[in-house]
Design a protein around this ligand. Structure first.
Ligand SMILES: Nc1ncnc2c1ncn2[C@@H]1O[C@H](COP(=O)(O)OP(=O)(O)OP(=O)(O)O)[C@@H](O)[C@H]1O
Length: 297
């Protein structure tokens, strides 16, 4: 046994003569939340479909808790939330989940499950009357139902309001907390930046980065921005520290991670001339731009 609930090793796949996945290696450990990022057409959905056993791969291997994708065991251990989830509109939420439970052989407390995803009031309403966010919550209830080893979520928050997004990530955290390995394909960078443990970035069918946010930052060597607000005279600060005047009262400098403390010492040596400082390390948007453009093929 391994604690890697999902193991993707050197996967190769082509469509016709065109490679769409090349040398893709990506592991997700038990209880880990990994974001899968990439431009349109980078191969995220193809990778997810390969893990689900819905499309064949032409090299490498994929294992879901040591089981082959598409096998009975892998199907039992995997849950999937597609981006545009649809259910039978004539069924109620309770009926739909009961049906899923029967199919999977589980006997969960359906009402408790629907309450957990915030659908207690809509339990006996037809799904045809649900909003997109409510359907997405029902989809998440279906993911929770099987206590999966691996959950694959494709753009889980697309079209959701900010509160629903937050609720959804709380449920994802709970899923991971109970030991599910969660892979989230997303374009919502600021969300996944705060809510995942590791970030994998795909570009043209390859994984071009796979690390924690801190690891990606270190390797990218992107600069930290320091904005200094002057008490009286921004020109004086610019003369001493260098950098760029950004408005009447502030100066901004950019420095490498290793030079940050020296820069801060220099700034504090100006004493009362400095009213405030604001430090902004590179965010996921900067890192994504860096890695998604770094390797040109
Ligand atoms: N059914 C298909 N037939 C032929 N080519 C396909 C098919 N599905 C995807 N592709 C191609 O495979 C490549 C990867 O597509 P994929 O849908 O996996 O990307 P993605 O990263 O999920 O993109 P998006 O963010 O737009 O959903 C693209 O070049 C796409 O054109």
């Amino acid at each position: 046994m391994t604690d890697k609930a999902l193991e993707i090793s050197q996967v190769f796949k082509k469509r016709g003569a065109t490679p769409v996945l090349q040398d893709v290696t990506l592991n997700v450990a038990t209880g880990e939340r990994v974001a899968l990022l990439g431009h349109n057409g980078a191969g995220k959905s193809t990778l997810i479909k390969s893990v689900l056993g819905l499309t064949p791969i032409h090299g490498g291997s994929i294992r879901v808790s040591d089981a082959k994708p598409g096998s009975g065991k892998a199907r039992r251990l995997t849950s999937f939330l597609p981006e545009a989830i649809s259910f039978h509109p004539a069924l109620t939420g309770r009926e739909q989940l009961t049906l899923f439970a029967q199919l999977s052989g589980e006997k969960p407390d359906i009402a408790a499950l629907l309450e957990r995803v915030g659908l207690a009031d809509a339990l006996d309403r037809r799904i045809g009357t649900y909003s997109k966010g409510m359907r997405q919550r029902l989809g998440l209830a279906q993911v929770l139902l099987g206590k999966p080893a691996v959950a694959l979520l494709d753009e889980p928050t697309s079209g959701l309001d900010p509160i629903s997004r937050q609720d959804l990530y709380e449920i994802i955290d709970e899923l991971a907390g109970q030991g599910t390995a969660v892979l989230i394909a997303s374009h919502a960078l600021t969300e996944v930046e705060a809510r995942t443990d590791r970030i994998a970035i795909m570009r043209k069918g390859r994984v071009v980065a796979d690390d924690t946010l801190a690891g990606l930052s270190r390797r990218a060597g992107l600069q930290t921005k320091i904005r200094i607000r002057a008490s009286h005279n921004a020109d004086l600060i610019a003369r001493h520290i260098g950098g760029q005047r950004i408005n009447g009262a502030s100066v901004e400098i950019a420095c490498d991670v290793g030079d940050k403390m020296a820069a801060l010492r220099q700034i504090t040596s100006l004493g009362g001339e400095v009213e405030d400082i604001e430090i902004t390390p590179p965010g996921l948007e900067d890192l994504y731009r860096h890695y998604a453009q770094e390797i040109r093929q």
